[in-house]
Design a protein around this ligand. Structure first.
Ligand code: ADP
Ligand code: FDM
Ligand code: MG
Length: 214
């Protein structure tokens, strides 16, 4: 139930390239906030479970980079309908996935719960625009997210290119390819806004946690 007069929770977003430590640090921050008595929850996008779009997105992402490039576009791998979605269609799915959760997100904030969110609309724009599909530039990519609840702060996990690669091999999901990751990084730099705060994401998990929680 809503608590009358309770202060609004904060919307804290983690963004960064693959393996910059977003998921690790988001979980640690939630733990620390709850330990100090601040009600906090960990949310992540894409939300693959509690949504209508989640299954298609999961099927799309599970198709490996190798399978995608050998089958070309538009194929339907193994009968999984999400895997062969066009670049435009999957972009809309990712945005719709955020809209599916937007009312619940606002309600949680209103009830005083702080939300620590692992990826959001900046990832949406960065990954699609990085594909350089004609007609799908940054403005096109941003359009479907217009009007979504905005984060109070976006913690940008700043890590030099080689450092993320040194954290172990890619898991085999779509987009997990070094050249593409650099394109993604470039779009993030282009779309960063006044909500962004740089966090030095190098060093130990504990060192980064200290930087991310001040
Ligand atoms: P992301 O969510 O940004 O992809 P993760 O938090 O999943 O990143 O971390 C990617 C990998 O790097 C994981 O294997 C994780 O255990 C490891 N890792 C996370 N933070 C650090 C760190 N500060 N130093 C070394 N390895 C890390
Ligand atoms: N991703 C994530 C997108 O392409 N668009 C989006 O809107 C969002 C939120 O999904 F490759 C991509 C980014 C990444 C994948 O992987 C999700 P993680 O590493 O589990 O967050
Ligand atoms: Mg992650």
């Amino acid at each position: 139930a809503a608590t009358a007069g309770a202060p609004r929770g904060a919307f804290i977003l983690f963004e960064g390239v693959d393996r910059s430590g977003k998921s690790t640090q988001a979980a640690k921050l939630v733990e620390a906030l709850n330990a100090q008595g601040t009600r906090a929850e960990l949310w992540r996008f894409p939300d693959r479970k509690g949504t209508v779009t989640g299954k298609a997105i999961d099927e799309y992402l599970s198709a490996t980079a190798a399978a995608v490039s050998s089958s070309g576009t538009g194929g339907t791998e193994g009968g999984k309908s999400g895997a062969g979605l066009s670049d435009q269609a999957i972009h809309m799915m990712f945005s719709a996935n955020r809209w599916e959760k937007s009312r619940a997100l606002l309600e949680a904030l209103q009830q005083g719960v702080t939300l620590v969110v692992d990826r959001y609309a900046y990832s949406g724009v960065a990954y699609t625009a990085a594909k350089r599909v004609p007609g799908c530039g940054v403005a096109w990519c941003k359009a479907p997210d217009t009007g979504l609840p905005a984060p109070d702060v976006t913690l940008w996990m700043a890590l030099p290119p080689g450092a993320a690669a040194a954290r172990g091999g890619f898991g085999g999901e779509r987009y997990e390819e070094a050249g593409f990751q650099e394109q993604v990084r470039g779009v993030f730099a282009e779309v960063r806004d006044s909500s962004f705060v740089d966090v030095d994401a190098s060093g130990s998990v504990e060192e980064v946690h200290q930087r991310a929680s001040c």
